[in-house]
Design a protein around this ligand. Structure first.
Ligand SMILES: [Zn+2]
Length: 271
């Protein structure tokens, strides 16, 4: 699953703060991505030595990962510390989408095709923002690209949509290296036309395009993820709504217990 974080420095600072302030805050069940971000943060922003980074990762795992086993994790943590200077952390606030690019996408015939083209464009722009020598090339599993584009399609349908974009000269494919690399050819590398959209969140790019087209989508007030508007829902996404409900019922139970114990005490005192 593609999980693109535009501001990796801000994200990591936030995470480290949560971990240091709350001993009960746990690392993700699959902590590798976050650990590698922390390693790179400590190496690049704090300029810590490899050995120190390793010890910090070890301590974080010990304190914030249930049933941590050093033998299982040693090699990976060492690897992360060793590679801490390899890839610069990003500090991007948004990915721009230009008028000329939206125009190219807008002339595609089917709606899913436009959503796919928009998603590919955002991924290619992101790669270009991360590495200025990247010439529109992206390399992500097709199923992840289609999930980001909010398109449900079989593997065959996915391949035929990609093929169609290649035949229209919107994409080219690298047959030599592997068959997943795609070059997005409608990226406006001159940046001469005005910026129309600023993409700040990379989870539902298909919905992002539909929102731009005027369809009823809304951004969650808590996590910024886009969802479709319904008659009863236009503030929080499904996950955040569930969390809020859980929190509310927990708080409700606490209140109930408290008022009960006050009543009981009161009853005892008046006996
Ligand atoms: Zn949300």
């Amino acid at each position: 699953m593609i999980k693109i974080i535009l501001d990796e420095i801000g994200y990591t600072e936030n995470l480290l703060e949560k971990l240091s302030q709350n001993p009960a805050h746990m690392l993700d069940k699959k902590p590798s991505r976050d650990l590698f971000l922390i390693a790179r943060y400590l190496g690049q922003e704090k300029e810590l030595a490899q050995e120190t980074i390793y010890r910090r990762l070890l301590a974080l795992m010990r304190d914030h990962y249930p049933e941590f086993n050093q033998n299982t994790w040693h090699k990976l943590l060492e690897d992360f510390s060793k590679k801490s200077l390899e890839r610069r952390l990003t500090r991007l606030s948004y990915i721009p989408v230009y008028e000329s690019e939206l125009a190219r996408i807008g002339v595609l015939k089917s709606k899913p095709m436009r959503r796919l083209a928009f998603t590919l464009l955002c991924l290619a722009r992101y790669r270009l923002c991360v590495s200025s020598s990247n010439n529109g090339w992206i390399n992500y599993p097709y199923k992840d690209i289609f999930r980001l584009a909010n398109i449900s399609a079989t593997v065959q349908e996915q391949c035929s949509m990609i093929k169609e974009l290649i035949s229209l000269h919107y994409l080219s494919m690298n047959h030599i290296v592997d068959n997943l690399s795609l070059q997005v050819l409608y990226l406006d590398t001159e940046n001469t036309s005005p910026t129309i959209l600023e993409i700040t969140e990379f989870s539902n790019l298909g919905y992002e395009y539909l929102l731009y087209c005027g369809e009823p989508y809304f951004r969650c007030q808590s996590c910024q993820v886009l969802s479709r508007k319904t008659a009863t829902n236009n503030r929080y996404c499904k996950d955040c709504r569930n969390n809020i409900q859980k929190e509310r019922s927990k708080a409700g139970m606490k209140k109930l217990r408290k008022s009960r114990s006050v009543n009981e005490q009161h009853a005892l005192q008046t006996q």
